[in-house]
Design a protein around this ligand. Structure first.
Ligand SMILES: Cc1cc2nc3c(=O)[nH]c(=O)nc-3n(C[C@H](O)[C@H](O)[C@H](O)COP(=O)(O)O)c2cc1C
Length: 183
């Protein structure tokens, strides 16, 4: 697939009907690791989660994070709906949890790696979704995945066969972000 095409085609997918194959994941992750990084630190570690029970547990952690209150406690309907959608978006896909080492002090490289991964997924005919897990949610996932203390959770990526068209997205008008020589 041509690069510009892949860039245009990459959209966040939140509904999947199947996981990526092992060979696809291998290629996608290898593409991720070709990303640039400060001083070539290559500060990324991946936990490939294909165990359905663990994926479900992480989906539940994200659900509670997004609703902002423990399961069962009342939240506004729209918030509950959004949180449930987040939980569902973990289903039927492989989960790739990206970590970086806090001691290497480079939190940007992992994000470039994630973008490479997202684009490589498109080239494989797959969809992906970035999920951020912060605060207590990140601590719970770290515990579940046995992450060493130096590891910082960057994001969790669901990767799989898309089962939806991406949500409508409005881009800023072309050129509205460009300034020439000075602001
Ligand atoms: C740093 C970052 C964090 C994100 N966190 C989430 C998330 O927690 N859950 C989710 O469903 N999407 C998440 N997204 C996806 C964005 O919502 C999505 O990229 C944005 O709406 C634009 O849509 P597009 O990816 O289809 O272009 C995240 C994206 C980025 C870059």
């Amino acid at each position: 697939m041509e690069l510009y095409q892949a860039i245009e085609k990459r959209r966040t997918i939140r509904k999947f009907k199947g996981a990526a194959t092992e060979a696809q994941l291998k290629r996608i992750i290898a593409a991720g690791t070709q990303a640039p990084s400060g001083m070539n630190k290559q500060n990324w570690e991946f936990v490939l989660v294909d165990d359905p029970a663990t994926i479900e547990a992480i989906g539940q952690i994200k659900y509670v994070m997004n609703r902002g209150k423990a399961a069962g406690e009342e939240v506004p309907e729209a918030q509950e709906k959004g949180a449930l959608r987040q939980k569902d978006s973990f289903k039927n896909a492989t989960l790739l949890v990206v970590y970086c080492n806090k001691e290497l002090a480079d939190s940007v490289g992992p994000w470039l790696c994630i973008e490479n991964i997202s684009l490589a997924a498109v080239a494989e005919g797959l969809g992906s979704r970035i999920a951020r897990l912060g605060g207590d949610a990140a601590a719970q996932v770290n515990k579940l995945l046995n992450a060493p203390a130096a590891m910082e959770l960057v994001a969790a990526l669901s990767i799989g066969i898309p089962d939806e068209d991406a949500a409508p997205r409005t881009l800023r008008p072309e050129g509205s972000w460009l300034h020439q020589n000075r602001f």
